[in-house]
Ligand binder design. Structure first.
Ligand SMILES: O=C([O-])CC(=O)C(=O)O
Ligand SMILES: [Mg+2]
Length: 571
């Protein structure tokens, strides 16, 4: 099956069973080609006179759209423009983003999407995806039936409670599933006609939003506890009934819900939590590339985390799994991991809030004399002085906590400190890369969650890798679809991390982006990840066995590219 046939089939799928014509086609962003409709199509589809006479190519249109994009001054305006283009003509939107990925990814995704979520109500233009609000829960099935695409393969769902590092944005959180799915299509070749962003509106505890007369969401405080989990279950079961093969990605749920939901549903359908598992896989992939670049062995390093939430603990568990894979026992691997939160080092002499933190607590007998005072609280600085980590990872959501003193202490203890301030968006970062380079006198290997330009220090250029889930989840999705996997196993996430680190290795030297391959190569990286994920799904018994060649062909067949194809009228 060729790519051309793939896309053409989707377009016809959308036309059937009620054939569209005239304005209805121009109003459908998946069908609309605007000025690129041929004369034949204009006649057959009832478009004569609805478009200006000059017929353009996709390239001509992309040039004009880029001109328009460039005229906007603020990043939010650029975001609004691109979103409007997406709602008008998706192929043109994807072509533009495809051709200007480095420039446009931060606009449609982190960090600008954060501001777009905060101002979602003000900038709201037209519908995309589905809102399922708590008061409409009896209509869940009908709402799913109303999705424009009929053959949905990937859903990204949020309840808007923990949008990036920006907290509760209520219904405005919808910006995130939309942005993530755009990346699925542009970086992972997932046909946009098969994707569906969903926001579960269970209210918001964000006073500013509730009081805002323009707020588009349900004006109610968040429902919680049993009611919340019952609602989530209604949703997940309806999804399973309607699209049993779908990939359901949970995104930006609050800490208290993210892990229980993952545990509850990961054996019921093909699902994963991007903030826990995607972040863990991309961080381990980047870390494997970093220890290689620093010429040290991961198993001999201590790793300190600032932030012991679900993202931090998810990464920590994945690092432990990597150390075990490399030969340590699990108990030994756990001794290398130090989680620090606002109360200091997490140890078993204090009460951990969640079971997933308890598993990562250090033994108090080991660290009892680390405290600078007589309390049981051991600060980040003390942990660094005592544990002498080579690796420091920030997932705190709190800006500025990697101070000069912290970075200098890291540099004192190791030849090549590996420093990952991962909090998103940009304003939440634990330390600016330029400061980390300066304070470590150019020694640190850095990766951030949001994009940063290279840093120039003492005449040398230091590229900053963007260790962001976007390197991982599109490839995981592609691998699942191509292999028709029924579940997402831990092994598949580890396979994705290793494939990313190998793609990075193959690229170092020519790379402008530091530890990771340049964004321009992301589609190739996604295909490598997809192959590794698909093969692992087969060996974990959640996908039927095929040869590597067959899986590779399936990945290439599944990979969608933004091109126009002839549209025929169907009766
Ligand atoms: O969207 C991003 O940039 C990464 C992510 O999932 C988050 O921070 O929640
Ligand atoms: Mg997220």
């Amino acid at each position: 099956m060729t790519e051309e046939f793939n896309t053409a089939k989707t377009q016809l799928d959308i036309l059937a069973p009620t054939s569209l014509s005239g304005n209805a086609i121009l109003e459908n962003p998946l069908l609309n080609k605007g000025t690129a409709f041929s004369e034949e199509e204009r006649i057959e589809l009832g478009l004569l006179g609805l478009l200006p006479p000059h017929i353009e190519s996709l390239d001509d249109q992309a040039l004009r759209a880029y001109e328009a994009f460039s005229m906007f001054e603020t990043e939010l305006e650029k975001h609004i423009y691109l979103r409007a283009l997406q709602d008008n003509n998706e192929i043109l939107f994807y072509r533009m983003v495809h051709d200007h990925l480095t420039e446009m990814m931060p606009i449609i995704y982190t960090p600008v999407v954060g501001e777009a979520c905060q101002k979602f109500s003000e900038i709201y233009r037209r519908s995309r995806g589905l809102f399922i609000s708590y008061p409409e829960r009896q209509y869940i099935e009908t709402i799913l039936d109303n999705a424009i695409g009929k053959n949905i393969r990937v859903i990204v769902v949020t309840d808007g409670e923990r949008i990036l590092g920006l907290g509760d944005q209520g219904a405005g959180g919808m910006g995130i599933p939309i942005g993530k799915l755009s990346l699925y299509s542009v970086c992972g070749g997932i046909d946009p006609a098969t994707t569906l962003p969903i926001t579960l509106d269970v209210g918001t505890n964000n006073e500013e939003r509730i009081k805002d007369p323009l707020y588009i969401g349900w004006r109610h405080s968040r429902i919680n506890g049993e009611q919340y989990y019952e609602f989530l279950d209604l949703f997940v079961q309806a999804v399973i009934r309607k699209w049993p093969q779908v990939v359901l990605q949970f995104e930006d749920f609050a800490l208290i819900h993210a892990t229980p939901l993952l545990e509850k549903y990961r054996d019921q359908l093909c699902t994963f939590n991007d903030d826990i598992q995607g972040t863990a896989a991309v961080t381990v992939g980047t870390l494997l590339a970093a220890v290689k670049a620093a010429n040290v062995s991961l198993c001999e390093q201590n790793v300190v985390f600032l932030g012991a939430g679900s993202a931090g603990c998810g990464i920590a568990e994945q690092i432990i799994a990597a150390m075990v894979m490399l030969g340590l026992t699990e108990a030994d691997a756990r001794r290398h991991i130090f989680m620090v939160d606002r109360h200091g080092l997490v140890h078993d002499g204090m009460e951990a809030k969640f079971p997933f933190q308890q598993r990562l607590a250090q033994s108090y007998t080991r660290v009892a004399n680390w405290s600078a005072d007589s309390s049981q609280s051991i600060s980040l600085l003390e942990v660094i002085k005592q544990a002498r980590p080579a690796i420091l990872i920030g997932v705190s959501g709190q800006p500025g906590l990697f101070t000069e003193e912290i970075i200098r202490e890291m540099t004192r203890g190791t030849a090549t400190p590996i420093i990952f301030p991962l909090s998103n968006p940009t304003a939440r970062i634990e330390a600016e890369p330029a400061d980390v380079i300066k304070w470590s006198d150019g020694k640190a290997l850095i990766a951030t969650g949001s994009p940063f330009s290279p840093v120039n220090y003492k005449g040398q250029n230091y590229p900053i890798a963007q260790c962001n889930n976007s390197y991982i989840f599109p490839g995981i999705g592609l691998g699942i679809l191509a292999s028709e996997a029924s579940r997402v196993t831990d092994g598949m996430l580890m396979a994705a991390a290793i494939a990313l680190s190998e793609s990075a290795e193959n690229d170092t030297g020519s790379s402008e982006s530091g530890l990771l391959p340049p964004l321009e190569d992301i589609r190739k990286v996604s295909k490598n990840i997809a192959l590794a994920v698909g093969l692992q799904a087969q060996s974990d018994g959640v996908a039927s066995k095929t040869s590597i060649e067959i899986l590779q062909d399936k990945i290439n067949e599944t990979f969608w590219e933004p091109n126009y194809h002839p549209i025929k009228h169907q009766l």
